[in-house]
Structure formats: C-alpha cells, structure tokens
Write a protein that binds this ligand. Sequence first.
Ligand SMILES: Cc1ncc(COP(=O)(O)O)c(C=O)c1O
Length: 413
Amino acid sequence: MKNKAFSRRHFLQASGAAAIWIPTAAKGYTSSEMLEFYANAEMSVNVSKWELDTPALCVDLDLLEANLDKMASTTLANGIASRPHAKTHKCPTIAQMQMDRGSVGICTAKVSEAEAMFQNGIDQILNTTGNVTPTKINRAMNLRQQCPGFIQATDSPHNARLLSEAAVAKGLIADVVVDVDPGIRRTGIPFGQPALRLAQLIDQLPGLRLRGMLCYDAAAQHVVGFETRKAETLERMIQATDTFELMKASGLNTEIFSGGGTGTYNIDHEIKGMTDVQVGSYVFMDAQYMSIGGEEDVEVYSDFATSLTIMTTVLNDQYEGRVTSDAGAKACTINQPWPIVKGETGMRYRSGSDEFGTVLYDDEPSKTYKVGDKLEVIVSHCDPVVNLYDQMYAIRGDKVEAVWPISARGMSA
Ligand SMILES: Cc1ncc(COP(=O)(O)O)c(C=O)c1O
C-alpha cells in the first residue's frame, strides 16, 4: 500500500489482483485523500460520489464518453474534422480521449494552457488567441521550439512581424493561422482584403509558415432555435468562405479553415471550405447550452448530455421554503441560468453568495433536504466552473473511477 495513512482506515482487501477497499465508516473523503487513493493504479477504490467532501466537481463517464463518441461519429459522417477546444475541460486526460477518437489536434485559448497540454502529452495544438506582449510571444515561440505541432493565431501585420522576429531569433519557422473576425469585433482581422494581405505578409515573413485561417463565430453558438442558428451561421460565414477562397486563389497555403463550436457542430460542415470544428462545451454541456434548443428537440439542446456536476452539502435547513448549501459563487460561479438540481423538480438553485448556495422550494418539490444531505447540480456554464477546481472525479454509475487533474486550471496567462 502506497500510503500508510490509508491502511489505518481499515479498508478490507478482497482477494485477487485488484484490491477493493471498503470504508468502515463512510464519512466522506477529502480531495487530497482521493488523489492519493487513485494515484495508486493497482488499487480499485470503492468510493461513491455521495461520499466526496464537497463542493466536488464530477464528470459522469458514461455521459462524457457518449458525448465524445457522438461528436466523433457526427463529424466523420459530415466529412469535417474536429479540433476540440481544451479551454472547456483544461484536462489532458479528456484531450487524449478526443485525440484517441480521431481529432486532428486540440485548441487552447492561452499559451499557458497550451504549455500544460504539451507537458501532459498533447502535441497537436492550435492556440486560438493572439499573443501580443514580448513575454507571451517568447513563451509561444519557446513552446513551438519544443512542439512542432504548435500553431499560433495572429490577427495583425504588426503582430505577425513580431512573431516572425521571435521565431527567427530562435532559428525557427513557426506555423501560424490568420484569425479572421466573423463580424463580432472581438478578435481577428476583418474579412476580405485585410485578411488576405495579412496572409500574404505571413507567407513572405522569414520566421513564419502560413497554415490557413480560423474564424470562430462566438455570437452564433447560443442563438436560440436550430433553424435561426443555422440561417445566421451560414449567412455570416459566407464572407469567411470568400476570404478563404481569396487566399486559395492567391496561391497561399489553405490547409486549415477552423471554426465553429458546440452550437453549430452539425451546421459547420455546410460552410464551404471549413476543415475542422473547434467544439468545446459538448464534452460537458451546461444550463446555458441546454436552453438553446436543437434540431430534433426544439425545447432543450439535448444533442449532448450534461455530464458535469457539482456535489454539494446542505448546511442549514432551519428556514421555511429553503435550505442553504456549501456551493456558492466560488464553487459554481454566478453565471446564469443558475445551476440545476439534477434529477429533482419543484426547486431552484441560486449560487450568488460567495460560499453559499440556496435551494428554494416551489409548491411541490420532489424532495426536501436536511442538514448534511448531499445534492448534485448541473453547472451553469462549464468553462469557468472547471477553472475553479484542481481535479475532477470521473464517475461510473455512482462510483468514483478516477481522479483527473485539471492541469490547465488557472492557466489564464
Ligand atoms: C475560439 C473559440 N473556439 C471554440 C470555442 C468553443 O465553443 P463551444 O464551447 O461553444 O463549443 C470557443 C469558446 O468560447 C472559442 O473561444
């Protein structure tokens, strides 16, 4: 046994190769205890998600795997590749599961996220956010030096020149894509001639190799109603296609045209020229995505299952019509719509207070809670929630099957 502290817990050992530990008193396990248990690969540890110290971030493995399989089979059938965005999960284990299902690489939002992925074995990375400071440009080029599969997005001639200088200084030719703005004016260079001129400049710069372009339409992803979403996406992306065609007609390298997300994953293959979808949230889903409606199910976006939940404990039941839990803004964020109590009806969850959540009962709640009871909530918006936790528990049925480090947690630089 790896850690003597755990033998003192009087776990029973079953015969055979795998050891099954049965806790004599199921009082709950802290995150560091859980990490130690599961770090020992020879052990099979019999801990239920209901025994976890809370708040605890959990991913349902059956649902996660179904989401990953569905995205892999849909993109394959639609003749488009996937380059999933790791900003959602920040977890190399999930990135590897995506690569194992045929993704051409992953995306990252920050160079620090990319570093964490590379350090954990992921070597095909497209960093979708530009790096503009000398520090970040240097970090990106350092990463490129170690990771030939690293591609950096850029959206201005000045930035492209800085990237090229940094690459030349390191004796590199670094791969880049042009980030094209889909008309939302957040990042990216405008469609058409400005994007073309940038691509041509990159093609000439000694330290850069043009790989193509990216155009992520953030505004399209949460448009309510499948048909409206589809119409808006296809309309807006016409100019992206035209820009891509311009680059192609100019003899530039156009092997990558990356874009799209979870809301448009089954629309993006109709965008002429698009090579791969940067889908992120589909792995977990969340209350925000549930509300946009899908092609089959117009009410709820049920194409993918809500695999990510937070376990929380009731701290106070003394007041009529409500209980207080231990998962507030620091465990759930204050994004809205609010978290949803999984499997229950007639109650609403609020996570506005720093350390406290509130369950408000409606007229006929499907159950009521006492102090010490646990409940499970579906997250409001998955990306920022994941960023609050060091590890997530991988759950099969009710049992914890593994503890996965969220290696890029807090990697916002
Ligand atoms: C550049 C980029 N690509 C892809 C995504 C993934 O989007 P989604 O989570 O909607 O799949 C995001 C999410 O914000 C993004 O910023």
